[in-house]
Design a protein around this ligand. Structure first.
Ligand code: C2E
Ligand code: MG
Ligand code: MG
Length: 705
């Protein structure tokens, strides 16, 4: 049997299978009722027929019918219970077999029993058969073939019976049977069509429903995801806002801390840590601004350059701590004596600068200088000691003495120096006659800077003789500068200048290299040491030790043949740094001598800790070594002996001085007595060549011994 669904919907095998499944399901679901009706109808037929026909065939028919219906009932039950996957076409065929069996039995009834029944019996039987056929058109609608076959089985045997029976009425009934079959065929087709459409619709609905359900589930899932996402987003937003707030407050704190640091740094960068006054950089910045104002408003501005007198002695005698206290108190005194619009700063060391704007005339500035000087002259109490300070003040005015800060400060500085030199004016106003000095100094600074590359420097050498043997112990290297226009310039003039400008570092390096190189050319058997003067600025430059070692390595001079001469001032500025530099040099075998000894302050405890090998007694004491200065020289020599230092007497000009010094115990002598003046390198070599040989002298001594 063909699946009618396939006829109706031949489009897709999948669709066919689903339609066949649905058709089979409809057939089986409605089968119980139709089987029940068949039981009732067949039993009723037997009841109306049993008096008019032979009993045995009738009950046989009924028995067969019951058997078929019971089998169908069992089939329907097993279908209901079946859990196996549906196969619609096979189930329809199965179902159709039951229906056809019943249909054959229904067709057998008119064929077997109508001839024995009376008219009423036939009429009732026909009505029952037609009723059954009518019902089957609906019940079997899912399968049109089944419905038509079953209808045919129910209608055609009776119809044919009536058509072929005699009598007009029978023929009419036969014709009606044909018409009824035609109506049933049409209605079965319509019912089948409607059923299949309903199945398709239901399928489509189910699909739609499934799609809708899926979409709904998706939408719900999406909604819940959306909700979760919204919640998460909200949380993330809140946490972000919180973090932004935290970060913002952190940043604000950082910014304000940075601002504070920047302020502190700016403050530090512009403040002198000892006195709390503005430093040199801040002064220049302030002065530049005031000069702009002064230019615009055409008023007079004064610069007062204040230098404490003999502050070095305070430092030397009372120590650095007291020196610092004195500077602090001096700064306070100056600040308290200033008008409100004046600006005080520390220029460096014991130097202070006052900027006084808006002056009516220069005399007012001098007046202020006197007031400030008198304030400093008041005795200062430090650690139960009274310090009597004094100061020299140099005054320069804008616009007369300079138009920019540099010119003005230099002018005030020169005025102050002139005041110190003159020793009569403690407050000295710059005047045009000093301009030349200022110009000279500036020119000299400039010339000095170019002097090394221009090879304007040279060295001369002065012998240092051993007092006991009268042999040359060493040669002091002394620097000479011959300027092409200015001629010979004294070391006392250009060395302090080079120290101020910083050129001394390069210059000192050059001297050391030249001196060592020269010493290597001296006769080997005399092999005197070379003594080189070194500025405190060089010692504290940071590269001094490495410079010395590099020069020794380059020139090949043994460290034991090098002596460095330092003045006492080197120990004043920074004890620990100087001491460690000298200790490093001495540990390499280099000797250190304290130059100009006796001119500064040299207390005994201070001497004990100095990392030196010898003292050079200043020339000023040697002159009177045989007379006035004898006790001083004697004391110095005894001190040197006590501390294990060698003593060198410099500036020895006469045999009497030499004799006195030898008697007093000087180890070495130096001065014009031995050579008329320091010797140029060539002359020094020649002079050395004429000296008695140390070695020979030693051999002689041994021979005598
Ligand atoms: P100083 O180191 O005490 O040098 C001794 C000075 O006394 C030299 O003057 C020398 O020519 C002079 N002199 C030596 N014997 C006699 C004498 O019998 N009678 C007299 N009247 N004078 C004598 P100079 O060369 O003018 O040096 C002056 C100062 O300049 C030196 O004093 C030293 O402190 C400094 N100096 C010289 N050369 C250098 C150098 O290369 N580097 C550094 N940093 N300073 C140097
Ligand atoms: Mg010297
Ligand atoms: Mg000296």
């Amino acid at each position: 049997m063909q699946s009618d669904s396939a006829e109706e919907n031949p489009k897709a095998a999948g669709g066919r299978d689903l339609a066949a499944n649905d058709a089979a399901e409809l057939l089986y679901r409605h089968a119980t009722g139709s089987i029940g009706v068949s039981v009732v109808a067949s039993t009723f037929l037997v009841l109306i027929s049993w008096r008019q026909t032979a009993q045995a065939p009738l009950w046989t028919w009924w028995g067969l019918m019951m058997a078929v219906l019971i089998l169908r009932m069992l089939d329907v039950r097993s279908w209901h219970k079946s859990r196996t996957p549906r196969n619609g076409s096979r189930e329809i065929r199965h179902f159709g077999a039951g229906v056809l069996s019943a249909g054959i039995l229904w067709a057998a009834f008119p064929a077997s029993f109508f001839s024995t029944l009376n008219e009423t019996g036939r009429a009732v039987a026909t009505i029952i058969l037609c009723g059954m056929a009518g019902g089957s058109a609906t019940v079997l609608a899912p399968s049109q073939t089944l419905a038509l076959t079953f209808c045919s089985a129910l209608i055609w045997p009776a119809t044919l019976f009536f058509l072929f029976s005699s009598g007009f009425d029978n023929r009419i009934l036969g014709a009606l049977g044909c018409v009824f079959f035609a109506v049933m065929a049409i209605s079965s087709r319509l019912a089948h069509g409607a059923t299949m459409r309903a199945i398709r619709l239901s399928r489509a609905n189910e699909k739609l429903l499934a799609t809708v359900t899926i979409e709904q589930e998706r939408t719900e899932a999406a909604n819940s995801n959306l909700k979760e996402a919204q919640v998460a987003l909200h949380e993330a937003n809140r946490s972000l806002e919180f973090r932004i707030k935290l970060r913002t407050s952190d940043l604000q704190r950082e910014v304000s801390e940075k601002e504070r640091y920047a302020k502190e740094l700016a403050q530090l960068a512009s403040t002198d840590p000892l006195t709390g006054l503005c430093n040199r950089a801040k002064l220049i910045e302030h002065l530049k601004a005031r000069l702009v104002d002064a230019e615009r408003s055409a008023y007079t501005l004064a610069i007062l350059f204040i230098d404490l007198d003999k502050f070095k002695e305070v430092n030397d005698i009372m120590g650095h701590y007291a020196g610092d206290r004195v500077l602090q108190l001096a700064a306070k005194r100056l600040a308290s004596g200033l008008p409100a619009n004046a600006h005080l700063s520390r220029w460096g060391g014991d130097e202070f600068v006052v900027v006084m704007p808006d002056l009516e005339h220069g005399a007012a500035a001098e007046c202020l200088g006197t007031i400030l000087r008198l304030a400093l002259c008041e005795p200062i109490q430090v650690d139960l000691e009274t310090v009597n300070l004094d100061a020299t003040v140099g005054v320069a005015l804008f616009p007369e003495h300079g138009r920019n800060y540099d010119e003005l400060i230099r002018a005030a500085d020169v005025a102050m120096y002139t005041g110190k030199e003159e020793r009569r004016s403690k407050v000295r106003l710059f005047d045009p006659s000093l301009s030349r000095k200022l110009t000279e100094r500036r020119m000299l600074e400039h010339a000095l800077h170019k002097a090394i590359p221009s090879e304007e420097f040279s060295l001369v050498f002065e012998p240092i003789m051993s007092a006991s043997e009268g042999l040359c112990h060493g040669m002091e290297a002394l620097l000479r500068w011959r300027h092409p226009q200015l001629g010979e310039i004294a070391p006392s003039e250009f060395i302090p200048l080079a120290e101020r400008t910083g050129d001394i570092i390069a210059l000192g390096r050059w001297v050391l290299r030249e001196a060592c190189r020269e010493a290597m050319t001296w006769p080997e058997d005399t092999a005197p040491i070379v003594s080189v003067n070194v500025s405190p600025v060089q010692i504290l430059s940071g590269s001094f030790v490495s410079d010395v070692f590099a020069i020794l390595a380059d020139t090949g001079l043994p460290a034991s043949r090098l002596q460095l001469e330092l003045t006492e001032s080197v120990f004043v500025s920074d004890d620990s740094a100087t001491t460690s530099v000298l200790a490093e040099l001495r540990s390499a075998g280099i000797q250190v001598s304290l130059d100009d000894f006796g001119t500064g302050f040299s207390c005994l405890s201070y001497l004990r800790s100095l990392p030196i090998d010898s003292l050079k007694i200043d020339r000023s004491f040697i002159e009177g070594a045989g007379g006035d200065s004898r006790p001083i020289v004697k004391a110095i020599l005894m001190t040197a002996q006590a501390f294990g230092f060698k003593a060198i007497a410099e500036g020895v000009e006469t045999p009497a001085q030499a004799e006195a010094l030898v008697l007093l115990g000087a180890d070495f002598l130096q001065g014009h007595l031995f050579v008329p003046g320091p010797l140029p390198p060539e002359a020094a070599r020649e002079w050395l060549a004429l000296q008695p040989r140390k070695l020979l002298l030693g051999q002689k001594k041994r021979a005598h011994g």
